[in-house]
Design a binder for this molecule. Structure first.
Ligand SMILES: [Zn+2]
Ligand SMILES: [Zn+2]
Length: 368
């Protein structure tokens, strides 16, 4: 467990609680040559998706509120291993056969703040800065582990997006192999370098910047709806600078711009749809030594209008071909509407993102 921020008197680690590893392994789908993780114990994990209103100010059963079963002490932000993981550092042997493999990797829970009634868009400047530094710190350590081929920070917001807790939180997965979409992106970057002689990320940023799909101005990141967006109001926050491959590469000014962009996009969704819009948010850091890769955060909201949601239905699920109901240019125009932009941030929200984990001053307590 890693606790970030001021650690109050009486802080102590959680007692051992039931974990769920039963039957965890990977299976190969011969038809698609893709791996599928089997994690049956996850189906019995506890749920606490009570609306924020329902638990407002009252005693609640939230396992990650200070005093809850996972974090039974005061904290400001925390990371711990998911008790019901899909991937683990030392997985049990898989069922015998050529088509199975151990489900090796890591699944960490990231609690953004001790405040139950908050969300990414509503984090204060210091909370937001701490979260960025925490992400950089954890991902750097996971990338440094030779067993990991890909590390992915993400957030599933809302019960519709699969979140089983309403407390503001996200997750980090480390994979021991490149997942299929990541492998395809690596291939695309390599092909582009071979055929065009330059970096696909640089070209994408140039395309976005000169398009009608930019949602908000940002010096460090192109914030826009992708040209071929799969989800109606999808947004990509992509680093402009070649060489900004991972969170650990962020300069202080770039940290501020990223914090602002993420808060801004999250607030724009809630303002546009007039409720707490469920979304998936995924950080795309460079796998391995890939030089042609720009750090990006991708947002996939489920709404296609205030009252209707985009379902990943037959065509998308069975064929992988997405049907998008909203033109990306129209989506960008709606999201860019003035008056719903987040207020700017200042350097109160900066935390050191150091190259060596031992030098990170905000990490006050750690236990393997
Ligand atoms: Zn809570
Ligand atoms: Zn580039």
């Amino acid at each position: 467990m890693f606790v970030y921020g001021e650690l109050a008197e009486g802080s102590r680690l959680a007692p051992g609680v039931e974990t769920g590893l039963g039957g965890i392994h990977r299976r190969l789908d011969l038809l698609t040559d893709e791996w599928v993780v089997m994690s049956p114990a996850r189906n019995v994990r506890p749920l606490d998706t009570a609306d924020r209103e329902e638990s407002d100010g009252e005693e609640n059963d939230c396992p990650v509120c200070p005093g809850g079963i996972e974090l039974p002490f005061p904290y400001e932000a925390a990371v711990f291993e998911n008790r019901f993981p899909s991937l683990v550092a030392d997985p049990p042997p898989p069922p015998a056969g050529q088509l199975t493999a151990p489900a090796r990797g890591r699944c960490e829970m990231v609690v953004y703040t001790s405040r139950h009634n908050a969300c990414l868009g509503e984090l204060g400047p210091v909370e937001l800065g701490r979260l960025l530094a925490l992400w950089a710190d954890r991902s750097r350590e996971l990338w440094a582990d030779a067993r990991h081929a890909f590390v992915m920070i993400f957030e599933n917001r809302g019960a519709e997006a699969g979140a089983t807790l309403s407390h503001p939180h996200g997750q980090i997965y480390a994979f021991d192999h490149l997942p299929p979409t990541t492998a395809a992106k690596v291939e695309a970057h390599r092909r582009h370098r071979e055929s065009e002689g330059h970096c696909l990320g640089c070209d994408l940023v140039a395309r976005e910047t000169s398009s009608e799909r930019i949602v908000a101005p940002n010096e460090t990141f192109a914030v826009g709806v992708p040209f071929a967006a799969r989800w109606p109001y999808e947004v990509a926050v992509r680093a402009r600078r070649h060489g900004l491959r991972r969170l650990a590469d962020l300069t202080p000014a770039e940290q501020l711009d990223l914090a602002h962009a993420l808060r801004d996009v999250a607030l724009r969704y809630d303002a546009l749809f007039a409720f707490e819009c469920p979304y998936l948010m995924v950080a795309q850091e460079a796998p391995g030594g890939e030089a042609d890769w720009h750090l990006a955060f991708e947002f996939f909201p489920f709404q296609r209008s205030r009252s209707s949601t985009k379902i990943r239905a037959s065509v998308e699920t069975a064929t992988g071909l997405f049907l998008n109901d909203v033109l990306p240019e129209d989506a960008a125009r709606a999201l860019a509407e003035p008056g719903i932009a987040a207020p700017p941030l200042d350097d109160r929200c900066l935390f050191a993102v150091e190259p060596e984990p031992a030098q990170v001053p905000l990490l006050l307590e750690a236990r393997a």
